[in-house]
Design a protein around this ligand. Structure first.
Ligand code: ATP
Length: 358
């Protein structure tokens, strides 16, 4: 059985710290929502409110229309996986997985076979007898996942389950968690501060800031149309390029771009531009100078000095040889709506010198 989970106006304070500030968020049945945000924005507190380890000062947690805010954690139907070291060290993998079933007095033979089934489900068919210290970090997290799934929870709560693992294991395990989550159709709340992880796994990403929901949406929506400068900055890299508002457009680097979202009162703005939205063309009289290049395979990230303004641009990997450090380049922007914010760049480049049409 899967569930629809609603966080309604959740507020939780610790002394003068406001961890959750009227947080409103609904996770639809069978959906995986990633809670993403910088350290201290309230992600774990929100998750703990759903688990029942934390009681909000006000607001409610609703599951399938029922208010469970005051239901104790052990009577909630949630499975949880923590960052790490959450297995019982003195129990074998099999006994870790069947622990909850033992508490609920499931017969030994049944819980044994169910634990084996679950270990197989998470890709560990032959480690039942091993103890946590005999398992790698990635294997331990698989066992923790099997344990969380053992009671067929209607909600799965994952608190940075991959952050202690090395990069390769992290990527393969996130794909597997996602596959399992879709197969089982279990409603899942996934806490992470890793934007790539959130974008690659989630049906929707909820970006938190200071205990409030800054934006919630599908990964591509969040990336392509960030609602605020905070979201834009937090997800992926962003260039700040000085521009000037001109009606419903912004003049930037000799081009006019339509404006996406709100227009600040002051016409002098920063235009926020993704590295992949900057076009570079080798040109001996170009205003830009490539200063650094890091090859990433399919793409290369170039650092370009444009009349004193530092830009980061992503180009196809096979262009990296032509656009090597020392190369002069003409810089232009992909013609698409841009977010603008109040001008923060303390450095004002000579915009006329910077104007160069690629
Ligand atoms: P991180 O990514 O660093 O784990 P987070 O987004 O999960 O951060 P929370 O752990 O939810 O953030 O914490 C939100 C705020 O509430 C922080 O300022 C934190 O210091 C504070 N806080 C959380 N739990 C407690 C507690 N038990 N006592 C006091 N302050 C707390």
């Amino acid at each position: 059985m899967t569930s629809r989970v609603e966080l309604r106006n959740l507020r939780r304070t610790f002394g003068s710290t406001v961890a959750l500030d009227d947080l409103d968020l609904t996770i639809e049945s069978g959906e995986l929502v990633a809670l993403l945000g910088p350290s201290g924005c309230g992600k774990t507190t929100a998750l703990r409110c759903v688990a029942g380890f934390e009681r909000p000062d006000s607001g409610a947690v609703i599951v399938n229309g029922e208010d469970i805010t005051k239901v104790p954690a052990n009577r909630r139907d949630a499975g949880m996986v923590f960052q790490s070291y959450s297995l019982f060290p003195h129990l074998s993998a099999r006994d870790n997985v069947s622990f909850g079933m033992r508490i609920r007095k499931v017969a030994a033979a049944k819980r044994h076979s169910r634990a084996e089934e679950l270990l197989e489900l998470v890709g560990l068919p032959s480690v039942g007898d091993r103890y946590p210290h005999q398992l790698s970090g990635g294997q331990q997290q698989r066992v923790a996942l099997a344990r969380a799934l053992a009671m067929e929870p209607s909600v799965l709560l994952l608190d940075e389950p991959l952050s202690a693992l090395d990069a390769k294991v992290r990527v393969s395990l996130r794909e597997e968690i996602r596959r399992l989550q879709i197969d089982l159709g279990v409603t899942t709340l996934f806490v992470t501060h890793d934007q790539e992880e959130a974008l690659s796994m989630a049906d929707r990403v909820a970006v938190l800031r200071g205990g409030r929901l800054e934006q919630v949406g599908t990964p591509d929506r969040i990336y392509e149309h960030p609602a605020t400068a905070f979201v834009a900055e937090f997800i992926g890299s962003m260039n700040h390029i000085p521009g000037v508002i001109d009606g419903d457009r912004v003049a930037v680097l000799g081009q006019f771009l339509p404006i996406d979202g709100e227009v600040p009162g002051d016409p002098e703005v920063d235009v926020l531009v993704r590295p992949e939205a900057i076009r570079l063309q080798a040109a001996t009289d170009g205003a830009g100078l490539v200063t650094r290049s890091s090859f990433r395979g399919a793409t290369a990230r170039l650092h370009v000095d444009l009349a004193g303004l530092e830009l980061q641009a992503d180009v196809p990997g096979h262009d990296a040889a032509v656009l090597a450090p020392g190369a002069r380049v003409a810089v232009s922007l992909v013609q698409r709506p841009a977010l603008v914010t109040e001008r923060t760049a303390s450095f004002q480049p000579d915009v006329r010198a910077a104007e160069s049409v690629g």
